[in-house]
Ligand binder design. Structure first.
Ligand SMILES: Cc1cc2nc3c(=O)[nH]c(=O)nc-3n(C[C@H](O)[C@H](O)[C@H](O)COP(=O)(O)OP(=O)(O)OC[C@H]3O[C@@H](n4cnc5c(N)ncnc54)[C@H](O)[C@@H]3O)c2cc1C
Length: 429
């Protein structure tokens, strides 16, 4: 067994892993990283077997609202860059801050467990190594959430994780299930390739256009950052309502939640295609019968292909749930990072919030790195933090009442969350 019990192990070299590595480097915390794929960038590298990217995917948050503050994206890149530009960005980031040297690539963590207070990690290269602690940065959007419906569909069914290229739709009658951001992107792709492009929805959603007054919509919201969060929300809601109208006007059910109580759909094209009759909104699925889909509103339709855009599950297959204080859907961690009592295991990047971007993930890494450094050098300075960590009852949703859905178990309100991260980071001074 290799003994690296003076080092932390960062698992994953996506945006969260890279930014955590960068913070550990800044604070001088001893660590190394492993990445299952051959390079950095996480799911933004479409060649990564775990990537859920598709050929036409672009950022849905604008570049200035998403990038790391210390490393702005190039002016020459579009406001909503293509995934290849995003991968270039992360490759340049890793090079600029010399992060590649910390990582072993093509190396998957297969099992991690604790023995006598030390972590033992088995990797796909056959090595077994002792580490001081683990920092899990393996993302949240790679394990498909499969939804079952009664009956059997005899056409082709795939999950959106398997959707890569609009050519997959060529000359097919296609039904996309789920109008989240992926489902809406994918149905828009289908329009120019499929014979029929329908979208089955269970509930209503709010839609936000990508551009407002010629500017990325999310950047405009941020311009009001001097306003209190509640007022900012009210203003944004009024503006979006004025620009897109109500989803019911396009055949969607009335949303059962307010704007931002679930992730809004950032897409300027889906309403356009619905308005032109190229995409038809269908009700929830009742059952399958051969290649016919029966919907809950009593209608039915025949399809060749169904794409289940039914989201993803948090999944850490290499580590027993007992180590991460799981509630039913996700690990229940202080600020989504810290185990309440075990200070040798951490998760970075288990976060979802409108506008959180990669900088939000970077700041999770800042707090973690500062904590790890301070706890070793000046343990007294982290005592109050450790009490809050143990209580684990911070309100991360601020003025927003998120819907009580499994997939939203780790949603936070950006301003509230960043504010707490920064206060906790400063508490070690
Ligand atoms: C189509 C699409 C569009 C998106 N658009 C946006 C957007 O506009 N703005 C935004 O902020 N976010 C967006 N996201 C969210 C996206 O998840 C984040 O941008 C970001 O990629 C999350 O980074 P991460 O490092 O947490 O996870 P990932 O990018 O998933 O990286 C995880 C890494 O861990 C590695 N790994 C996994 N398991 C192991 C293991 N056992 N051992 C070793 N390595 C392992 C993987 O190979 C991967 O490289 C989008 C996601 C998708 C799918």
């Amino acid at each position: 067994m290799i003994d690296k019990s003076d080092k932390y192990l960062v698992i994953g070299a996506g945006p969260a892993g890279l930014s955590t590595a960068r913070n550990l480097q800044i604070e001088g915390v001893s660590f190394e990283g492993v990445e299952a794929h051959s390079g950095v960038g996480g799911l933004w590298d479409i060649k990564n077997p775990k990537s859920t990217m598709y050929k036409t995917a672009h950022l849905i948050s604008s570049k200035r609202m998403t990038e790391f503050s210390e490393f702005p994206m190039k002016d020459s890149v579009a406001q909503y860059p293509h995934h290849e530009d995003v991968l270039d960005y992360f490759t340049s980031y890793a090079q600029k801050f010399d992060l590649l040297k910390y990582y072993k690539f093509n190396t998957r963590v297969e099992k991690a467990y604790k023995e006598n207070g030390i972590w033992i990690v088995k990797t796909s290269d056959g090595e077994v190594t002792k580490y001081k602690g683990l920092i899990i940065c393996v993302g949240t959007l790679s394990e498909p959430n499969h939804v079952k419906f009664p009956g059997e569909f005899t056409g082709q069914i795939i999950h959106s994780a398997e959707y890569k290229d609009p050519q997959q739709f060529k000359d097919k009658r296609v039904l996309i299930v789920g109008a989240g951001n992926s489902g809406c992107d994918i149905v828009v792709d289908a329009v120019h390739h499929a014979k029929k492009s329908d979208l089955s929805v269970r509930r209503g959603y709010h839609f936000v256009p990508k551009f407002v007054f010629g500017k990325p919509a999310d950047a405009l919201g941020n311009k009001q950052s001097f306003l209190p969060s509640g007022l900012k929300l009210t203003l944004n809601k009024a503006m979006i309502k004025m620009l897109t109208g109500s989803p019911e006007q396009f055949g969607f059910p009335k949303p059962d939640h307010k704007l931002f109580e679930s992730h809004p759909i950032v897409n300027s094209l889906v309403l356009h295609y619905i308005g032109h009759g190229d995409v038809k909104v269908r009700a929830n699925i009742k059952k399958f019968e051969a290649n016919t889909v029966h919907f809950t509103d009593g209608t039915s339709e025949d399809y060749d292909m169904i794409v289940m855009a039914t989201g993803y599950k948090v999944h850490f297959p290499f580590i027993d749930k007992k180590y991460l204080n799981w509630n039913s859907h996700v690990p229940d961690l202080y600020l989504n990072i810290f185990h309440p009592t075990d200070d040798s295991i951490f998760v970075c990047g288990m976060i979802e919030a409108a506008g959180i971007g990669w900088q939000g993930r970077f700041e999770m890494g800042t707090l973690l790195a500062r904590y790890l450094k301070t706890k070793d050098k000046s343990p007294n300075l982290v005592k109050a933090f450790e009490k809050r960590k143990k209580e684990n009852n911070a309100n991360l949703s601020g003025p927003v009442k998120y819907m009580k859905l499994d997939r939203m178990a780790y949603y936070v309100h950006k301003d509230t969350y960043i504010d707490i991260l920064r206060k906790e980071t400063n508490s070690f001074n």
